[in-house]
Design a protein around this ligand. Structure first.
Ligand SMILES: O=P(O)(O)OC[C@H]1O[C@@H](O)[C@H](O)[C@@H](O)[C@@H]1O
Length: 318
């Protein structure tokens, strides 16, 4: 019997060695996708550098994407991992970003694929091969209308790293201009779950949060978070960024999110009425199958002096 990888993978041959499975990358149709030799895959739309699919080695989708999501660049994608930058929500009182649309322009802009780097194991199993896909956006590549609304010189590199253990997404934003800039950043991740009524979020205990569905009051989280209605909360976890925020379903860990330099976590589920009111949210009861756990830096502003960079990332495992 010959062992075969159970997923298709490109084969490479080195003289003297049998062909080895490799990371397979494709870049076509305005998207970039990668498949590991172990079977995990990721797909990123250049529009917004939005991760629109992340599958485990058995082919199970880990992200929720609406059936009515627009993938043609006409609207931000409803699902996956849209990137929120340089403003979270809208900020009518913040002069520099007050003209921008909700959640800024990063999720509505066409990013450039900068390339990939993959690390392949030296062992014959290739069970720890991983791949990093890099995407770029800068003031030079923004459309003119957006540049007028936010006239700062910046560059952003967004890296999506797929390993057999999970998915990491990280952003580096550099102020290339002559004046300071202020921004907010958020990785708006829609996690796919089976039944929202069985979900709990841990790691936010004793944390302060802003309750956006209750007059933006500041509250304190007494225990684990359960979702029983429309939920829209901006937490600043008391335990700090490196302590995981864990989504459990029926008591089992479904996802664990570890943050790097992203101090806040938004927990969002639109529930019935809000889902019904969103034209691109389908099926309407899809809110039962998703929970957004969004790592970011959105309470207050990150100030970047000329030449300074902000770096933030999340790693999601299951
Ligand atoms: O509909 P949008 O612009 O994608 O936003 C979805 C949600 O995104 C969340 O991050 C916000 O906290 C919510 O207030 C918002 O409703």
């Amino acid at each position: 019997m010959v062992d075969r990888p159970n997923k298709p993978a490109a084969l490479a041959s080195t003289p003297g060695l049998p062909p080895q499975p490799q990371v397979h990358i494709s870049h076509a149709n305005s998207r970039v996708s990668a498949v590991l030799p172990t079977g995990e895959s990721v797909e990123v739309l250049l529009f917004g550098a939005t991760v629109i699919s992340w599958k485990d080695r058995a082919g199970n989708e880990k992200l929720w994407v609406s059936d009515a999501a627009k993938l043609d660049g006409s609207k931000a994608v409803r699902g996956g991992i849209p990137l929120v930058f340089p403003v979270f929500g809208t900020a009518p009182d913040h002069a520099a970003t007050s003209k921008l649309p909700q959640h800024g322009f990063a999720r509505n802009s066409k990013w450039e694929f900068l390339g990939k780097s993959s690390s392949e194991s030296a062992s014959s199993s290739h069970s720890d091969a991983s791949v990093k896909l890099d995407f770029g956006l800068s003031s030079a590549t923004l459309d003119e209308k957006t540049r007028e609304l936010w006239p700062y010189n910046f560059s952003a590199i967004y890296s999506v790293t797929l390993t057999p253990d999970g998915l990491s997404t990280g952003i580096v934003i550099t102020n290339d201009g002559k004046e300071p800039l202020e921004c907010q950043v958020l990785l708006h991740t829609y996690l796919r779950i089976n039944d929202i009524t069985k979900v709990q979020v841990t790691g936010l205990e004793d944390s302060e949060y802003i309750d956006k569905v209750d007059g933006a009051q500041t509250k304190s989280q007494p225990g684990v978070v359960a979702i029983t209605g429309e939920t829209d909360r901006v937490y600043t976890p008391a335990k700090g960024p490196s302590s995981p925020v864990v989504v459990t379903e029926g008591g089992e860990t479904a996802f664990s999110v570890v943050r790097d330099n992203l101090k806040d976590v938004v927990v969002w589920n639109p529930w019935t009425e809000k889902a019904a009111g969103m034209g691109d949210f389908e099926p309407k009861d899809g809110f039962k199958n998703m929970i957004c756990v969004e790592a970011g830096s959105v309470r207050g502003w990150t100030s970047l002096e000329t030449g300074d960079a902000f770096e933030g990332a999340q790693t999601i495992s299951y």
